[in-house]
Design a protein around this ligand. Structure first.
Ligand code: AMP
Ligand code: ZN
Length: 479
């Protein structure tokens, strides 16, 4: 069911997002008019991000780009987890200070974002910059009766928070808080009181703070509660991450935050499904992962990887294959070629009314799909339909001056979300360019046999060659 607002003859489709809190699609309404606050759980910088992590960050890029497309001003914060169990143990393993170690992987993460054309967040706070705020928050929790101390560590008492389990659907029973957990990561089966502040032990080496809570360091979950509310306020519009963060990370974030603020922490919890390999979640612990640099070193293009990772629905698992990257390339090329052709087109004045209607209708279909919980497969299908139609008009020289500007506007709009098209006019790959050159030379020498052979080769690669008065024209074979 769609909800539309109708103004005279204009229909404005509202954005609907699947809220993990309540598990249904809801119309998006920001708390403060035109401004939307978005907090995304960022990387734990103990290693290079793998492309599974990057799929989630790319989804968040699509989400924030589309909010901007809809005219919202976004305040978008992504934290950097630079102190937790994993960063401490890895930095000690490599005999480096925590700061040097995490700085290196933070910089590598920023490089990945750039390569994948992921837009910058407004702020990337590091957990280590918020230690005093974290201590203050824990003291407030203790004053409110949600937190207790044991052997120098501080724990959140999950039975004290009435709403615990609401996000993840966890059923709490009285036995749950019999023991306490020190680990940052655990499953619903062993949900127990979790650590807010961990007292120092020898495993932590020189990583500790000695303040109001004694010698120790924060747990992972409290970091996000404190950074998000400090920067974006107590009531945030959107909080996003991968589905593995629903429990315990986001469940714990809600408890720790709302116990102090008494306000609804986050209105829309949005979670992206995993990138999988042969049925299993891509993860460091499974050893079934690729980093972006692994793929770039193998000669793959970041633009193609971006397209592959954004093209399926964010709430569906995506199975990673190398063939998928190849298909992503072909799909981008298909859109790019039409776009480049229109850019370089010399048009006659006027407007082809039918094409004009098709162009407007295609923008509407794209927006309808994106409004429906960012349904990228449907949005892409509408783009490919448009490109196919447009190519027919291009072949028949029926793209006129007004059409050209409407069509260029169309490509600009879709690319503000996809972020994969280039402004260069020609973007055929080098081998295809070389074949065209060799064929032109063969034709000049009247070597028809060679020129036909190259035509066949181009055809195998999906191109149709036309010899016109103005020279060789090449287009994609649509079949
Ligand atoms: P981490 O660096 O482990 O804290 O994870 C960073 C982000 O990547 C989180 O939002 C995770 O939920 C997400 N993530 C982890 N593994 C995958 C995967 N295989 N596919 C998609 N997202 C993932
Ligand atoms: Zn987080």
């Amino acid at each position: 069911m769609y909800i539309n607002i109708t103004f005279a003859d204009t229909q404005i489709m509202e954005l609907r997002l699947f809220n993990s809190l309540g598990k249904s699609k809801e119309v998006f309404r920001s708390k403060n008019g035109n401004v939307v606050t978005v907090y995304c759980c960022g990387p734990t910088v103990y290693d290079y991000a793998h492309i599974g992590n990057l799929r989630t960050f790319l989804f968040e890029d699509i989400l924030t780009r589309y909010l901007e497309y809809k005219g919202y001003e976004i305040k978008f914060v992504m934290n950097i987890t630079d102190v937790d169990d994993k960063t401490i143990s890895s930095s000690r393993k490599y005999n480096t200070t925590l700061k040097d170690y995490t700085e290196k992987f933070t910089n590598e993460f920023f490089k990945d974002l750039k390569s994948l054309n992921i837009k910058e967040a407004s702020l990337y706070p590091r957990a280590t910059e918020y230690i005093q705020d974290i201590e203050n928050h824990i003291i407030k929790l203790q004053n409110e009766g949600y937190c207790y101390e044991s052997e120098g560590s501080y724990y959140f008492s999950i039975n004290k928070f009435a709403g615990y389990g609401r996000l993840s659907g966890l059923e709490i029973n009285e036995s749950k808080n019999k023991t306490r957990l020190n680990e940052d990561e655990y499953t619903k089966d062993n949900a127990q009181d979790f650590a807010l502040w961990k007292s120092w032990d020898s495993e932590d080496g020189d990583v500790y703070w000695e303040g109001k809570l004694g010698k120790g360091r924060p747990g992972w979950h409290i970091e996000c509660s404190v950074m998000s509310t400090k920067i974006l306020g107590n009531e945030i519009d959107i909080h996003a991450g991968g589905v593995d963060l629903i429990f315990p990370h986001h469940e714990n974030e809600i408890a720790q935050t709302e116990a102090v603020t008494k306000k609804q922490f986050v209105k829309y919890w949005i979670h992206a499904e995993h990138l999988i390999v042969e049925g299993k979640k891509m993860s460091k612990s499974e050893g079934n992962f690729f980093t972006l640099r692994d793929l770039l070193d193998k000669g793959y293009d970041a633009n193609h990887i971006r397209f592959l990772l954004i093209a399926s629905h964010y709430r569906s698992q995506l199975n990673f294959t190398f063939d998928g990257i190849k298909q992503a390339k072909e799909n981008i090329d298909r859109i790019q070629e039409s776009y480049s052709k229109v850019k370089s087109l010399e048009t006659e004045t006027g407007c082809n009314r039918v094409l004009s209607e098709i162009t407007k209708g295609s923008i509407d279909s794209f927006e309808d799909a994106m409004d429906d919980d960012l349904d990228m497969p449907v949005a892409l299908a509408s783009i490919f339909r448009f490109v196919r139609d447009l190519n027919k008009y291009l072949d028949d020289n029926e793209v006129l001056e007004e059409n050209k500007s409407e069509v260029l506007d169309y490509f600009k709009k879709i690319n503000s979300i996809l972020g994969v098209l280039s402004n260069e006019t020609i973007r055929l790959d080098d081998e295809v360019m070389q074949l065209i050159k060799e064929r032109d030379e063969a034709r000049e020498k009247k070597d028809w046999k060679k020129s036909d052979k190259i035509r066949d080769e181009l055809s195998k690669r999906g191109y149709v060659v036309e010899d016109t008065e103005k020279g060789t024209r090449i287009k994609r074979n649509q079949e």
